[in-house]
Design a protein. Structure first.
Length: 400
């Protein structure tokens, strides 16, 4: 095989401009989209921050804006994105993304209900593997502005079943690879303890939008203490999550039906690497790419060889001696393959992580961070990995 050219990529590089409630970002910025506990979660369903960030331009309202005419009981925030999928397997593909979130409850209140959605689409592009393919026209996928507005942004099925820009595949589905989730969450405070219950419901087509794929989704509970630790060992935060993705609107795909089944999460017929960017999944890491899994798992299967998952995930954050931060995560799941190629027997996988962040000296601002991770099961080769790093911060001393 020919040697691939070396690549040098900055994990994050961006410029941000903020004005009042508005924000404009240009570049690559790691971001988690959705209502989850961001430090202990198993991963937000459709945009977990698990891959290298896609280069984009994002216009957003980052924080909730209360509506004064309703006595600040209702607030909203959101974003609109255009990005560039500069990946080797397809050229000229784009990212469209939008989010919209609302909140019921006054900002200073003890109880809130949050709701919203995150909708992302890969669209456009051309590739050699699409030549002579029934899902593209002369190896190209439409970048027409009207198709972008109606098919990508609004998610409408085209009036034309096929034309000079797209084939029957787009005409009976919709333009682009649509992936997203609804968010619903309750948060409340009792004295100095905060509770957050969240639910993320996945969708890739009309069946998911209409909840035909229940009970699929991510369910989570986060409990966080905000008071000063009274003892040597203090539990600061605890998270429990359950991820289920086995329904997928049923096992039957019927193009003539109102709701088609076999949603085949994260895989796609036009974009052969599905919901991924530079060989990393953009959604929950517990719907894994085939690369990195055991050979018998990936053999003769789709880019995401198993998207039927049942997972239990636990996380805890401890504070020791008011200075040492200890974080632990544990996940145990069963993987069932896909509707197209199911596993003959379910594959169990367990993953764990232990992280330590502590001061290196009794004085100063230098800290050491150590991590240890372990995978065991039939999905990945058994592995043990670690990380060790140091961080120092400097500040000008004020004269007294």
């Amino acid at each position: 095989m020919p040697r691939q050219a070396d690549q040098y990529l900055l994990p994050e590089a961006y410029i941000k401009i903020n004005w009042k409630h508005w924000g404009l970002m240009v570049g690559r910025e790691r971001r988690i989209i959705g209502i989850v506990d961001t430090t202990l979660t198993s991963g937000s369903y459709s945009w977990s921050g698990n891959s290298l960030p896609v280069p984009m331009v994002r216009l957003s309202v980052e924080d909730y804006i209360p509506l004064g005419i309703l006595k600040n009981i209702i607030s909203f925030k959101g974003s609109y994105v255009h990005g560039w999928f500069n990946v080797p397997y397809i050229q000229g593909a784009y990212l469209h993304q939008k989010t919209f979130y609302g909140r019921l409850g006054k900002p200073e209140g003890r109880f809130h209900f949050q709701f919203g959605l995150a909708h992302s689409v890969t669209w456009g592009g051309s590739a050699d593997y699409l030549r002579d393919s029934p899902v593209a026209v002369n190896g190209k996928l439409t970048t027409n502005f009207g198709d972008y507005v109606w098919g990508v942004v609004l998610g409408k099925i085209p009036r034309d079943k096929m034309n000079s820009r797209f084939t029957m595949f787009d005409g009976t589905n919709r333009v682009g690879n649509h992936v997203g989730h609804y968010d619903m969450a309750l948060d409340w405070k009792i004295k100095k303890t905060s509770f957050l219950f969240y639910r993320q419901h996945p969708f890739e087509d009309a069946s998911g939008l209409q909840f035909q794929n229940l009970p699929d989704g991510l369910y989570g509970l986060s409990i966080r203490r905000g008071d000063e630790p009274p003892s040597f060992v203090s539990v600061k935060k605890f998270v429990a999550e359950f991820l289920y993705t086995r329904n997928q609107s049923g096992p039957v795909f019927d193009p003539a039906a109102r709701y088609q089944g076999r949603d085949d999460y994260f895989n796609h017929a036009q974009y052969r690497q599905g919901w991924s960017y530079l060989n990393h999944g953009m959604g929950t890491p517990f719907i894994p790419l085939g690369e990195g899994t055991r050979q018998e798992v990936y053999a003769d299967r789709e880019f995401f060889p198993t998207n039927q998952t049942k997972l239990i995930h636990l996380g805890v954050e401890l504070l020791l001696a008011k200075k040492i931060r200890l974080l632990a995560k544990y996940s145990s799941g069963m993987n069932f393959g896909t509707f197209n190629v199911p596993f003959l027997t379910p594959v169990r996988q367990q993953s764990s992580l232990l992280s330590l962040d502590a001061p290196l000296f009794s004085g100063g601002n230098t800290r050491i961070k150590a991590q240890l991770a372990y995978d065991k099961g039939g999905l990945y080769p058994e592995s043990l990995g670690g990380y060790l790093g140091f961080r120092s911060s400097f500040s000008k001393r004020k004269d007294r």
